[in-house]
Each structure stands twice: as C-alpha cells, then as structure tokens.
Design a protein around this ligand. Structure first.
Ligand code: PHE
Length: 340
C-alpha cells in the first residue's frame, strides 16, 4: 500500500505540474482529494490494514495529503498570477496615446466687451448698479421727462406688457432707480449694464440688445467732467490716439445733450469702410442730467447736478471686432463665437 501511495504522489505531482489553468488545477484536486479521489480511496481502505501497518500508512498518507495541498495552493497562486497579467496585457492602456480633446468654453464676445467697459469705469471710481428688464412706464419714460404723449417716445417704440409695464427700451431707468435709492447722498457714480428691448430688426439693430449706462451726480459736476471721463474711456477702449467729438443732440432726460463720436480707430480719421468715409464713429449718447430727473428722484437741482451717458455694447463690439451684422451675436454659431 505504501508503494501505491508513492505512485499516487507521482501522478499527483505530475497533474499539478502540467495543469495550465485554474480549471485543470481544480480537476486535479478532485481527482486525488475529491470524494472518490485516489488518495481518499486509500484512506478509506485503512480499516483493512493490520495494526502494525496502519500507523505507517496513515502517517504517510496524511503527509502526502498535506504536501499535495501545499503544491496545489502554490500552483494555484502561480496560475492566478498568470491569468491576471495576461488579462492586463490584453487590456493594456497606452498612456502615451494622445487623449480626447476637451472643448473649453469661454465668454460670449458681448460679455467680454461688457466686462472690458465695466473694468474701465470701475477704474475711474464708478460702481455698478442694476435695474429690472421688465420695467414700469414710470421709470422708463415718465420720470425721465418723457410724459405719456411725448413724441420722443416714438423713437423707442416699445414692447408693452400692460399700460404701465414694458420691456425697458434703454438702461436710463436705472438712473432714476439709483438716485431714488441713494438720495440725498452725494456723490453718485454708477454704471449699469444690461439688456434692453426695442421694436427694431435689421443688420445693425436687434429687438434685444445691450447698453451700458453711466451716471455721476455731485455738487460741482460739469460738462467738462463728462468729456474727460468719456475721453479717458475711449482711449482705454480704442487706443491712446483716439480723438472725440460732441455733436448737439436731444434727449428729454439730459440738457444739454450730445451725440458722441470717436475718431475712427481703423483709419485714424482719414476715412475708410468702417467709418463709411467720415473718419468718425458714433458710440454713445450723453448729456447733463435734466433738473426734472434729479427733482423727481429726490435730489435738489439747485444743490447738485450730474452727467449721464448710454452706449450700445453690440455697437462697441462690432466696431472693435469689425463685425458687420449684429445678428451674428445671437445666432449661437460656434464658428462665429469661437473666434473671440
Ligand atoms: N438712453 C439713451 C438711448 O438709449 C442714451 C442716453 C443715456 C442719452 C444717458 C443721454 C444720457 O438712446
């Protein structure tokens, strides 16, 4: 029986050594140690042995069983290792391959220009103010010295929501709201940027567009302050050689009023396509705040005065970037937007 045990051990070692997969190892375990396994059979037959033989065979059988189990475990570990590394090889990741490009977004050109404008005025000591886009007739017109039947309302033919509520046609109502909020404190120095709405729609006018409003009120504000502030702005925005001209104009909420042009940054005033051969580019409307606007907002026009201006952000952006059609800003075409 000892001989038989040795033969089994030979075969078991062989089976383990030649096993090439975890399945084959398991098959080998069953073949020798399973319920009907070769070694199990021997152990079962122990009862038929003599009293002298039994301890000898028993000891040997147990020893072999232990060795077999150890060999089995070792081989299993090796095979498992191999299985893992061959899988890793098959699914290998080449970290040197180029990655997928990630699209990085950026700000809309109008927001870039708006930020640039705000930055310049913040540097001049202005702070920012805000007002609603859905506005009361009172702030959009009435308090700005445009009573109900005033003909100047026609210039801004409007989206009305009810008789007294409309989409604001300019950012000027923020002047009144700001003065009401701050009265009677001085000085007032704010800019207010945002969306405005008018019944316009062509290559250079959109029903929704953006303006930046400026307002400064103090005891001794003069027209020359307005000129100085606007010139400083224009030179920051369009270049240090920029010149400026004021043309008399009319707004019910400023007196006197002016339309402001800058010398063409493209040709320097010689005349070109951008300035339509005039040498000048119109960029904003401005003037000294009308005493009535100050009065309805809680300020005494005898004791203070101010200037105000309003400019279109699209217009500034179109000039700066040489864009001919305003509608491009709102088409959301990435071929256009990704150029900025
Ligand atoms: N609100 C005027 C417009 O939209 C511009 C303006 C603002 C003019 C402030 C004078 C003072 O046309």
């Amino acid at each position: 029986m000892l001989r038989e045990l040795d033969d089994i051990w030979e075969r078991a070692q062989d089976a383990i050594k030649t096993a090439k997969s975890l399945q084959e190892i398991e098959a080998a375990r069953v073949r020798f140690l399973g319920r009907k396994g070769e070694l199990t059979q021997i152990l079962r037959k122990m009862g038929s042995l003599s009293v002298e033989e039994r301890p000898l065979v028993g000891q040997r059988a147990n020893e072999l069983k232990e060795r077999f189990e150890r060999a089995l475990a070792d081989r299993t570990a090796v095979l498992r290792e191999q299985a893992i590394s061959s899988r890793l090889e098959a699914e290998a990741i080449d970290v040197t391959l180029p990655g997928y490009p990630v699209m990085v977004g950026h700000r809309h050109p109008l927001n870039l220009i708006r930020a640039e404008i705000e930055e310049i005025f913040l540097g001049l000591g202005f702070s920012t103010a805000e007002g609603p886009e859905v506005e009361l007739d009172y702030y959009n017109f009435e308090a700005l010295n445009l009573p109900k039947d005033h003909p100047a309302r026609d210039m801004q033919d409007t989206f009305f929501i009810s008789d007294e509520i409309l989409l604001r046609t300019h950012t000027s109502p923020v002047q009144v709201r700001t003065l009401e909020r701050l009265a009677p404190d001085l000085p007032v120095k704010v800019i207010a940027a945002g969306k405005v709405y008018r019944r316009d729609d062509d290559a250079t006018h959109c029903p929704m567009f953006h303006q930046v409003e400026g307002l400064a009120v103090d005891t001794d504000i003069r027209f020359s302050d307005l000129k100085g502030v606007l010139l400083a702005f224009a030179r920051e925005m369009f270049g240090a050689n920029t010149r400026m001209r004021f043309r008399p104009s009319y707004f019910p909420f400023t007196e006197p009023s002016a339309e402001v042009d800058i010398s063409c940054f493209n040709c320097g005033g010689e005349g070109c396509r951008i300035c339509k051969d005039t040498g000048w580019l119109e960029i904003l409307g401005a003037g000294m705040v009308h005493p009535r606007v100050l009065a309805v907002s809680g300020y005494d026009p005898e004791k203070c005065r101010g200037f105000a201006f309003g400019m279109g952000i699209e217009r500034i952006a179109m000039l700066k970037y040489g864009i001919r059609d305003m509608r491009l800003f709102f088409d959301n075409d990435l071929r256009f937007l990704s150029q900025f």
